[in-house]
Design a protein. Structure first.
Length: 277
């Protein structure tokens, strides 16, 4: 579904939500109380500024007695079989965010990955998958990264742990290409990258990936990920805590210029290894 058509569909979702809410004689605040979100959130759903999570859509159906209408609409709009169920909502947030800040402790973030790097990561997790399945995952990730080419692309800030640079995912040649791609994006000013060096030792959010989203007309959101599961955090207090931890990571990381120099050095190491094989 094209972005324009998808947005129009979400606007229809919001219109239907407002109609059913008013038919039940409920204010936004009253409906919000029944589904455990604020009235402001209900207003943002109705205006298609923010997309509800699946459990909220299900609770809306219960509160409005709509026989699963909003759950089915949610699944139709947000479910993309190319992505894991827990990640499909995150793809939608990427498309509407004005700023994304990410910490990657173990691998290059999807928006920065080359096709070869993605292919190696996907194959490592799916050793018995067909070529068609692998290439579908690669194409989906490449498509996601197109938001960095848009005129309205988000401000994108990434902190990479030094381990991410040194693990030869796909072999040294693939890894050298991957780091050169990151360098190119930095030089094109599409992303700001800092590296958290191993010499730092212990650090905030140790071992945990996190992604922070900011929007023009909606509250910020945080996303964290575990094994085959993900968690979107909307609670303002929790989001503030994650922001605070991210600020501490920024303080511990190398400055942008020093980070760039380290990435260049490690890329050269990978190129040298590739030439020896």
């Amino acid at each position: 579904m094209a972005n324009g058509s998808r947005q129009a569909a979400w606007e229809f979702f919001g219109t239907e939500l407002k109609r059913h809410r008013e038919d039940r004689g409920l204010t936004q605040v009253e409906l919000g109380a029944r589904v455990f979100v604020s009235g402001a959130y209900i207003g943002q759903f109705e205006q298609a500024i923010r997309k509800p999570q699946l459990d909220i859509a299900q609770r809306i159906d219960e509160a409005l007695q709509t026989d699963g209408i909003f759950e089915r609409a949610w699944r139709k709009l947000i479910d993309d079989k190319r992505y894991a169920d827990y990640f499909a909502a995150v793809v939608e947030l990427e498309r509407t965010a004005t700023k994304i800040a990410e910490f990657a402790p173990t691998l290059v973030p999807g928006l920065l990955q080359t096709a070869a790097y993605t292919r190696a990561v996907t194959l490592a997790s799916n050793p018995f998958a067909t070529d068609a399945h692998i290439e579908e995952k690669v194409a989906a990730r490449v498509e996601r990264a197109q938001i960095l080419d848009d005129a309205t692309r988000p401000v994108y800030w990434v902190i990479l742990h030094e381990h991410v640079l040194r693990i030869p995912v796909g072999g040294p040649a693939v890894m050298a290409e991957q780091l050169e791609h990151v360098l190119a994006l930095v030089r094109q000013r599409k992303v700001l990258v800092q590296v958290l060096p191993t010499s730092v030792g212990a650090y905030p959010l140790m071992g945990r990936m996190v992604r922070l989203f900011e929007f023009e007309d909606a509250p910020p959101t945080a996303y964290t990920e575990a094994v085959y599961s993900g968690n979107l955090l909307d609670n303002p207090a929790l989001v503030r805590r994650v922001h605070g931890a991210y600020d501490l990571l920024r303080a511990a990381a190398l400055p942008p210029e020093a980070s760039l120099a380290l990435i260049e050095s490690v890329a050269e190491d990978h190129r040298r290894c590739a030439s020896m094989t």
